[in-house]
Structures are given as C-alpha cells and as structure tokens.
Ligand binder design. Structure first.
Ligand code: HDD
Length: 707
C-alpha cells in the first residue's frame, strides 16, 4: 500500500510494514483500506472483528448467534478430504508440451499433428506407499502422472518412474497395496516396504520379482524428480485417420540426465529435509531453471508383438530400447508452480480412462482394471461426480454433454434439452455425437471362453529380472544386493527372508549368494519352483543403468560451500563464478545463518546454519575456511558430519588449504583420495566443477561402504 494512500487510523501501530490498530481489549486489528481488501464472510459480508467471538459480557460464554464464528469453525472442521489410497504424497506443477513433428501417419491424436504446437500440461510426481505427510526419500516407486489439455480433451498418461509393475492383473492390486502399506494391526511402518507383510506377498508372487529388482535399485531413491525417467508402463495403441493401429510404449527422458542418491544418504535426508524432492522442484522452477523431459515412443506392430520374447500385454515386462529404439517426438517443460497446493495438487483427478481420439487401450489386464479404478476413486476423494468442474480437472477445449446435477454442479446444460435424441433441433437441441470426430475404439477381433485365467504367455517371471540385473554397473549391482539385505534384515520372519532369496537364485547366482550371506542365512535355499526356466541368452540393455546414462554436466546440481570468517574472498568468488558458469547452484553454509566476513572485509550471506545444512543436501561440497575458522569448525559436530557424510556418500569435495584441520579432526584426512581437491587458488575452481560432472567418486565406495 502506498504511503498516504489512506489516513493513518487513530492509535494505529506499524508491525513490519502492515498497519494494525489496537482494539478495546488491547488486541491488534489489521486495518483494511488502500490495497488491502476488507475481510468478509463466505457470503461476502464485511467482518468487523476477526479476533474475538461474540460474548455475553467480558468474561461470559460465547453466543450461538455468532454467525461469523460458526461459519469459520464449520468450514475448518470440514477442510480435510480423504487422501489418495496410493500415491498420497505428491507434488504437482504446470508445464507445456511441444510437439516436434507431425505423427499423422501413426496417430490422429490432435496433439501430434503439427510440429511446434504447444499444449498445456499438469504433472504430479508422488511416492506410492507413504501417507500424505510422509518423507520424500522413502525407498519407493515414484508416480509420474501427466495430463495434457489437448484440443480434443484431456489425455492422462498416468505412469511411474519404473517401466514395469509388480502384478499382471488388477485384481491383485488391493493385496499388493495392503501388503506394502502399514501393517493393519499396528499401523506401521510408514512409507517403507522393509517389513514382513510386503516381502511375504512378494515372495509368494513370482510375477513381482522383476519389479522387486527395480525397486531395490537406485531408481527408487532419485536425487530429484527432475533427474528421473518416466514410463507409461503399458502397451497402448495409436490409431491413425485410416484406422490403422500401431502399438506404443511411452517414455519420458529427462534432459537433465539420471541421478540417484545412496541409501545411507536417503535415510539421513528424510530427517534433514523430509520435503527434499518437492523443495527441489519448487526451487528450480522459481529460479527459472525449468526441467525438461523428451517424450519418446517405442512403436511396433502386431508381427513384432507376436514374435517378441514376452507378451506385450504383460505389464511386468519391458521391451529393451536396444530392440525397439525410442523415437523422440516432443518435449515437456515444467515451468509454473501451483497457486494453491490443495486446489490443484490435491484435487487433480488423473484417470487412465482419459484418452483422446488416436490413442487407445490394449487388453493389458492391469490397464483394463485401472480404467475402472481411477474414475471410481475420485468419487470417494472429491465427494461427488462433478470433480471435472474443478479447474485443474476441466478440459481447456470446448465441451458439451448432458450430465447434470449432483453435488457442487457448476455448469449444467443450458436450455430445454438435457437428453438426446430430441426433436428440438439447432442450438436448442444441444450437442450431438459425431462418428467422424468422435473417439474411435479400435475394432479388435475378440473371441474366447469366459474364464478366470492367466495367459501362459505371462509365465516367465525371472528372465527379465536377470537381464535388468546384468545390465547394471558393478556399483549398481552392489547397491541392489545391499538394498535386499537392508530390507530383508527388517523382516522378522526368517522363512520369508529365505523365500525371497530362493527367487533370487532364479535371477542370478551371485546376487542370491551375496544377499543370503549378507543376511547370514544358516542354509542357502534351493531355487524357487519356476513356471518357466530363466533364459540365460537375453542381451543386456545398457539403457537400464542409471550410471551409464547420467548427465555430462553439473548443470542443475547444487554445490554446498561451508565457509567461516576470514574465508579467502578470491577463492570464494572463483568458485561461485565456476558454479554459475556451469548452470549449477551454490548454497552457502556457515556456523551462523547471518553469514561470515571474508578476508577482504566483504560479507558473505549464508543460506543455512551448519546443523540445518548438512552435506546431504548437496551434490558436491567445498569447505573454505581460514585457520581460525577451521579450528572453530573442528569443535562443531555437524561440521564434522558435513565432511564425513560427504566423504562416505562418495561426493566430490574441495577445500582451502587451511580447512584441512577439520578433515583431520573428523578422522578422514588420511583417507582423502582423488575425489578430494585442494583449491590452491581461484583458478582451481573450474577444474573442480569439471570433476563434479561425474557426480560421484564411485571408486571410493568399496572403502567407505556407506551405501
Ligand atoms: Fe495407480 C493413483 C500409477 C496401477 C489404482 N497410480 C496413481 C497415481 C499414479 C499411478 C502415478 C497417482 C496419480 C496422481 O498423482 O494423482 N498405477 C500407476 C501405474 C500403475 C498403476 C504406473 C501400473 C502400471 N493403480 C494401478 C492399479 C490400480 C490403481 C492396477 C487399481 C486397480 N492408482 C489407483 C487409484 C489411484 C492411483 C486407487 C489413487 C488415487 C487416484 O488413483 O487418483 O485409483
């Protein structure tokens, strides 16, 4: 509000730029006027006093007549809606999709007709098992749900960051989720699969073993939503204007490259910053560093599907990129945070059934079941059938239908006709169907007995698990084995531990043995009975590794710099320049949040006090300390953790010569390796940042064993 835009009220006081006045009881009222609107009730009635309920006498009871109090409390009492039964914790943002080229030969979907066309999007990332308030770094699959507001309606691609699923038939979904979430008698553990029920179910469900390998890999502990792939999982169809069908699998490739954290880091991050992933995305978008993914299609025909090693309708299987290369057809840019979390992120109602003309389902039994479930769940969560009237769920193209009434109806059909056929004609008669423009279901020929049955073509449960495992680097294989050992160590029933290992013998002998030994099983189990023997001849697929597909830059990553008073100003400036030139971020950590005084007398502002800014938050770290500063840091336990954790998590570490005292006191000075770089002068900073492009110094890992 501009000064003098309104008169200062009598007795007004100024609390940090906002004007208040004292009421009769000594309380403060924020004064309306100028740019500040008058507070009203939901009905628009101006409110005079929002500090005190209406009382009979100064110290008497509250009056039931107080309609303002009643409305306020009534609304508050009804603020909560049920959280999602799965994927409760999520973070949504807006974006844009840009089509690179016309795909009219493959699909008539309007969004893929014109190169350069931009389509609005809403995307929600999530974890699966945890409740709404759980921590971001749980070991879990990440949801990757994308809505395209196309000119022919909403298309929802409701995928995950892992291309396969646990089960083949949707009828097992409630069992899977019951087993994964908190055990029903005790209500814990929260957001963890490391418990008996989950591994009991997995070990009795061999079709889940391929996914079990994926979830024990670092895919389930991504460094950021920005650094993970997305997958539509199922095989879908694309249909062109002539009615020709092509099978398709959807992939999202992050332009930022892939990156995960290590398990020990994830465990600690959950305490240091339970909002680590949502904060990361929020910060990146607010800073204008918009994350981008390219949309890729694996396109194939009936004859490929018939000859492929596995059934393309089985959602527990991939088609390796090496066999059907990915065709990049467009780019998604996430560029706007929501205005209100509840209104958009909580209320967005994704549905696999939202497909547009030119995109169609296949008979994948998991997809078929999902089409039923997603519509159904919205009724429970959003309270009625009119959830498409909520702006984030409404199409952005014209729409006309005869659905009417129900709770919270915002737009009923206008005019006399609310049915068809009708004989009113013209505008009065309302919308009509269009065989030409309408959604064309692919006329697939289907015949068969009505039976509860699982196709024989779905029965190979181990071959792709083996292929996935053998496609990983040695470092990643070790992480998988360590993750199994960690999770199964939390399983209290030895028979369940053994049963899981018995499946691993059908995947890879070395893996099974290392897990069995890590658990100290008294006796190695026999391989589990397999419906089909594991195929040993599948080629490895390097595209399945994270480390082989990382970025070649430190762009979008964060360097944490621990500084003290007396820090060499030139060195700090040199490092900052090098980080910014790379398109990365620098965050200053100091003994006190106010900052430090550099060697030239200049002031360096800090973002974090050292105990609130552990090295876990950063991709690489630097310690720039004066001699006195290093002595001070040596006495601060979180400063010692800063360097020991960074070292244990295989991060690159830079240090000013005087900072060495901290490493000595922390007990790691004699172990420091090629991943630790001394910054003699500002010139060395560039070389350090170039080194950081490798993200982690994995050679160190066998020595520190922290993963
Ligand atoms: Fe699901 C939510 C992804 C199988 C039933 N699912 C949900 C979300 C994602 C996925 C990303 C969160 C959407 C959001 O952000 O609001 N789900 C998947 C994938 C699956 C899968 C990739 C397998 C390929 N889901 C699946 C099955 C069923 C469900 C088999 C039930 C038969 N999923 C649901 C649900 C949810 C849901 C209960 C909870 C909230 C919601 O739908 O809107 O209906």
């Amino acid at each position: 509000m501009s000064e003098g835009s309104r008169k200062k009220a009598k007795g007004a006081i100024d609390l940090g730029g906002v004007e208040f006045e004292r009421g009769a009881g000594g309380e403060t009222h924020q004064i309306a006027g100028g740019d500040v609107p008058v507070l009203t009730t939901q009905g628009g009635v101006p409110v005079a006093d929002d500090q005190n309920s209406l009382r009979a006498g100064q110290r008497g009871p509250t009056l039931i007549e107080d309609q303002h109090f009643r409305e306020k409390i009534f609304h508050f009492d009804h603020e909560r809606i049920p959280e999602r039964v799965v994927h409760a914790r999520g973070f949504g943002v807006h974006g844009t999709f840009e089509t690179y080229e016309s795909l009219s030969d493959i699909t008539r979907a309007d969004i893929f007709q014109r190169a350069g066309e931009k389509t609005d999007m809403f995307v929600r990332f999530s974890t699966v098992a945890g409740n709404k308030g759980s921590a971001d770094l749980a070991r879990d699959v990440r949801g990757f749900a994308c809505r395209f507001y196309t000119k022919e309606g909403n298309w929802d691609l409701v995928g995950n960051n892992i291309p396969v699923f646990f089960i083949q038939d949707a009828i097992k979904f409630p069992d899977l989720i019951h087993a994964a979430k908190q055990e029903p008698d005790r209500g814990f553990p929260q957001a963890q699969t490391a418990h008996d029920n989950f591994w009991d179910f997995i070990s009795l469900t061999p079709e889940s073993i391929n996914m079990a390998l994926w979830i024990m890999s670092d895919r389930t502990i991504p460094r950021s939503f920005r650094f993970m792939e997305g997958f539509g999982v199922h095989t879908f169809r694309m249909i062109n204007a002539e009615g020709k069908s092509t099978f398709v699998k959807f992939h999202w490739k992050p332009k930022q490259g892939l990156q995960s954290v290590v398990w020990n880091e994830a465990l600690k991050l959950n305490g240091a910053d339970p909002d680590f992933h949502r904060r990361d995305l929020w910060d990146a978008i607010q800073m204008g560093d918009f994350p981008e993914w390219e949309l890729g299609l694996q396109l194939f025909d009936e004859s490929f599907a018939e000859n492929f090693d596995f059934d393309v309708l089985d959602a527990t299987k991939i088609i390796p990129e090496e066999e059907v290369p990915i065709r990049i057809v467009g780019k998604m840019t996430l560029n706007r945070c929501v205005d209100n979390f509840f209104q958009e992120t909580e209320q967005v109602a994704f549905q696999t059934g939202n497909v547009v003309p030119g995109i169609d389902f296949t008979n994948d039994p998991l997809l078929q079941g999902r089409n039923f479930s997603y519509l159904d769940t919205q009724l429970k969560r959003l309270g009625g059938p009119n959830f498409t009237h909520i702006p984030v769920n409404a199409p952005r193209c014209p729409f006309h239908h005869f659905q009417q009434d129900g709770h919270m109806a915002m737009h009923n059909p206008k005019g006399r006709a609310n049915y068809e056929p009708n004989s009113w004609g013209g505008e009065k008669g309302g919308p009509r169907e269009s065989p030409e423009k309408g959604f064309p279901t692919f006329p697939e020929n289907i015949a068969g007995e009505k039976r509860r049955v699982r196709s024989e073509t779905f029965s190979d449960h181990y071959s792709q698990a083996r292929q996935f495992y053998l496609s990983q680097t040695e470092t990643e294989q070790k992480h998988i084995s360590d993750a199994f050992i960690f999770e199964l160590s939390k399983v209290e029933t030895p028979a369940i531990r053994s049963r899981v290992v018995s499946h691993l013998f059908n995947v890879d002998d070395d893996l099974a043995r290392s897990v069995g030994e890590g658990l100290r099983l008294k006796e190695m189990p026999q391989p589990a009975n397999a419906a089909r023997p594991t195929r040993m001849d599948l080629k490895t697929s390097p595209k399945l590794s994270i480390l082989l597909n990382g970025p070649e830059s430190f762009k979008g990553r964060k360097l944490g710099v621990l500084v003290t008073d007396g820090v060499d100003a030139e060195l700090f400036k040199g490092l900052k320049t090098a980080v910014e030139a790379e398109g990365a971020m620098i965050e200053v950590v100091a003994p006190m949040v106010g900052g430090v005084k550099a060697s030239d007398g200049s002031w360096i502002e800090a973002k974090q006090k050292v105990d609130g800014g552990p090295s876990l938050l950063y991709d690489a770290v630097a310690v720039l300390a004066s001699k006195d500063g290093a002595d001070l840091l040596s006495k601060i336990a979180p400063a010692k953790d800063f360097v020991t954790d960074a070292f244990a998590h295989c991060k690159f570490i830079a240090y000013s010569p005087d900072a060495m005292a901290l490493f000595e006191k922390a007990g790691i000075a004699s172990d420091m390796d090629d991943g630790c770089l001394k910054l003699g002068s500002a010139k060395d900073a560039q070389g350090f940042i170039a080194t950081c492009r490798a993200l982690r110094h994995w050679e160190r890992e066998p020595k520190v064993k922290a993963a």
